[in-house]
Design a protein around this ligand. Structure first.
Ligand code: 6GU
Length: 242
């Protein structure tokens, strides 16, 4: 998969050289390129922002550098990439969304700062690419860079070969619409707290049922909204006994 990130803070993306994502880049599973938006300016101060039309607080990103940056990426590109714009007013990012993005050959992230990017950029590239505003949740970050770190990690780990043990993808939170069950390791007793006996019983069916009940309890307590949205095909009759 190819991913391009356009930002005024390329250094913000440095953590994507670490750990499994860094390894995926070095082995060629992930072709990640970070571009400095200011290289697409032409004035002495490399200006990317200006006062909002109509007045008000803060600054807005000017359309020209974005036009040059995105033109340079889209030039001759067939098919066009999915262009993601991190924004608190975007579509909520979810695990299902991550799976959709992981199936794409090419993603471009346009990181806004300040009060946002001039709306005409969205009009222009909404016509020339598949433009998708995306939000991490209902809170405000200073810019899109931290959101890109989160989204790239969530997407890249779904690519074949990035995670050594593909089974860990099956059993994690949100894989089946529920939160994950609690996990334990040795020692069997720590500060008077014991690993639940069922986990040492060797009774596989009982372990599976216990974990499922823990998932349901945890999800009901922390995320009742997920219980409401549970797909009937992801439940079994025993779940209702919980
Ligand atoms: Cl994706 N971007 C910004 N700037 N703020 C956010 C966000 C994204 N998601 C939540 N807040």
């Amino acid at each position: 998969m190819r991913i391009d990130v356009v930002t005024i803070f390329p250094e913000y993306l440095a953590p994507l050289e670490l750990s499994l994502i860094g390894k995926a880049r070095r082995t060629g599973l992930l072709d990640l390129r970070v571009h400095d938006l200011r290289t697409f300016t032409h004035d002495r101060h490399r200006t990317v922002d200006d006062a909002p039309a109509g007045g008000g607080a803060g600054m807005v990103m000017r359309p020209e550098p974005w036009g040059e940056a995105l033109d340079s990426l889209l030039e001759g590109a067939q098919p066009a990439p999915v262009v993601l714009v991190p924004s608190p007013s975007g579509t909520p990012f979810t695990q299902a969304f991550a799976h959709q993005l992981a199936a794409q050959p090419w993603l471009v992230f346009a990181c806004g700062r300040y009060e946002g990017i001039d709306e005409r950029v969205f009009e222009e590239y909404g016509e020339r690419a598949r433009l998708v505003p995306v939000s991490l949740g209902d809170y405000v970050l200073n810019g899109g860079e931290v959101a890109v770190l989160a989204i790239v990690e969530a997407v890249a780990r779904l690519l074949p070969g990035v995670i050594g043990n593909a089974e860990s993808l099956v059993e994690e939170s949100h894989a089946d619409g529920l939160l994950e069950y609690p996990v334990y390791t040795r020692p069997a007793s720590w500060r008077g707290r014991d690993v639940p006996a069922v986990l040492g019983s060797g009774h596989h069916a009982q372990v599976t049922r216990w974990r499922r009940d823990q998932q349901l309890r945890r999800t009901s307590e922390r995320r009742p909204d997920l219980i409401e949205r549970l797909d009937p095909v992801d439940t079994d009759p025993q779940d209702r006994a919980t």
